[in-house]
Design a protein around this ligand. Structure first.
Ligand code: GRF
Length: 225
């Protein structure tokens, strides 16, 4: 992770005027409702020395942006149509992320593919959450794919982002049983509940410096106790 200056941040807690040292800064990119962002804000933000220093989106109306504003977090919008192409837009996003001094870029329902230049610039500093046990069911509608395939167990994966679609090394995975009636809404609710625990857990481990790509096998992640 990058070596940067440390930011002093006041904990917004009515019972305390304590000052916390927030020395791990994250930026979240989200296109949609942002329930994972909310879980991160509720469990990590300005606690545990982690601060969400920005939320970016390609969608001006994304509910995730409202959640960020409600938490007093800076927001930025990078609409697709305002840039000549993906490289130009991702360069603007990258500049904004660097200006925020972010250690980690957290994709939380960000529905745009990041350019290879962006991925290379933030190598091992971008994570994503996917609603399946990768490498099973990558890409869109992973929950529908799992239901169609007839599996009895699916799950959630937090992984580093590489140039492929959901192909980067997994950091944490957790199984979720498919309900006996194979009801989609129930399965979605169960997956989201697991996501809201697993993503903060993975980010916490990264902030603690316990997660690294295995030098002997770049497709694997090693986690220190
Ligand atoms: C989550 O299911 C996540 O796995 C996928 O996109 C969804 C985002 O949901 N990548 P939310 O916007 O965090 O509610």
């Amino acid at each position: 992770m990058t070596g940067r200056g440390r930011a002093l941040n006041r904990i917004p807690d009515e019972t305390s005027t304590a000052v916390a040292l927030c020395d791990f800064r994250i930026v979240v990119l989200a296109s949609g409702s942002g329930t994972n962002l909310q879980a991160i804000l509720d469990t990590l933000h300005r606690r545990e020395r982690i601060e969400v220093v920005g939320v970016g989106s390609d969608k001006p109306g994304a509910r995730a942006l409202e959640r960020a504003r409600d938490a007093g977090v800076e927001t930025a919008v990078f609409p697709r149509e305002e840039y000549a192409g993906r490289d130009a837009r991702d360069a603007a996003i990258a500049e904004w992320i660097e200006a925020r001094g972010a250690d980690l870029v957290v994709l939380a329902g960000y529905m745009q593919l990041l350019s290879p230049v962006f991925v290379a610039r933030f190598r091992e500093r971008v994570v994503n959450i996917h609603p399946a046990l990768l490498p099973a069911f990558p890409g869109l509608d992973a929950i529908g794919q799992a239901l169609d395939a007839g599996v009895e167990t699916t799950g959630v994966t937090v992984h580093y982002v590489d140039e492929g679609i959901d192909t980067g090394p997994p950091i944490l995975q957790r199984e979720v049983p498919v309900p006996g009636d194979r009801d989609r809404e129930r399965l979605e609710a169960a997956i989201h509940a697991v996501e809201h625990e697993l993503y903060p857990e993975a980010i916490r481990m990264i902030a603690e410096g316990r997660v690294r790509i295995d030098p002997g096998d770049p497709s694997a992640v090693a986690i220190d106790d």
